[in-house]
Write a protein that binds this ligand. Structure first.
Ligand code: SF4
Ligand code: SF4
Length: 128
């Protein structure tokens, strides 16, 4: 499953991710990392059955962990099926179906935001 890990300012100097991995022995696949000296936000992949344990380890160190159920939302009323999002998405969330409508496979989204900038109709937004 895809999860979002937020690291607040007061904990940003601590090696939260490394310590949690060492403590639990659970490997997480970090797909996006936006970290500076004030805040950190990561999107990672972790096995469903290991989620509770790694969540506890991360949260005990001050991180906020949530499951990304619907990482990207499309407003079907606004979408004109132009396909611009297909060409920029690095994880092939969007594909044309046999009727040339754009199919969305939300589970693959890593919230990079590229498609939102590209969509000419403002049909896309990140989910929580
Ligand atoms: S946010 Fe990035 S990964 Fe997610 S659908 Fe858009 S382009 Fe693809
Ligand atoms: S770029 Fe926007 S309007 Fe075009 S297919 Fe994708 S979601 Fe629809």
């Amino acid at each position: 499953m895809k999860i979002k890990i937020s690291i607040p300012t007061e904990r940003i100097q601590n090696p939260i991710i490394s310590e949690s991995i060492v403590e639990t022995g659970i490997l997480i696949n970090i797909m996006v990392a936006n970290i500076d000296s004030t805040y950190g936000e990561l999107i990672a992949d972790v096995s469903d059955y290991r989620f509770d344990r790694i969540k506890r380890a991360l949260e005990s160190r001050g991180a906020i962990v949530s499951i990304l159920d619907r990482p990207i939302h499309r407003d079907d009323e606004e979408c004109v099926e132009c396909g611009a999002c297909i060409s920029v998405c690095p994880t092939t969330v969007y594909t044309f179906d046999e009727s040339w409508n754009v199919h969305v496979d939300e589970k693959k989204c890593i919230q990079c935001g590229m498609c939102i900038k590209m969509c000419p109709h403002g049909a896309l937004r990140l989910g929580e």
